[in-house]
Design a protein around this ligand. Sequence first.
Ligand code: SF4
Length: 77
Amino acid sequence: MKDITKKYTNGQMTIVWKPSLCQHSTICWRRTTGLPQVFNPAIKPWINPLGATTEEMIVQVKKCPSGALSFFMNAEE
Ligand code: SF4
């Protein structure tokens, strides 16, 4: 897969997703381990950065085992 980087922002922070790194672990979107209101592969775009608080999304992004998900605070860019 090409080295694509997608970004999704809520204005305060930006979630960065690199599909080539994603191992499809399902951790981010499974109901028991993830934030399905933010990460939902059944719809496009599959990341809705307005689905949870910034704090909740930061915690979830840090659980991604592959490094496909990362984030930055917009003010820091
Ligand atoms: S947690 Fe990371 S590796 Fe797993 S499905 Fe989500 S983005 Fe892909």
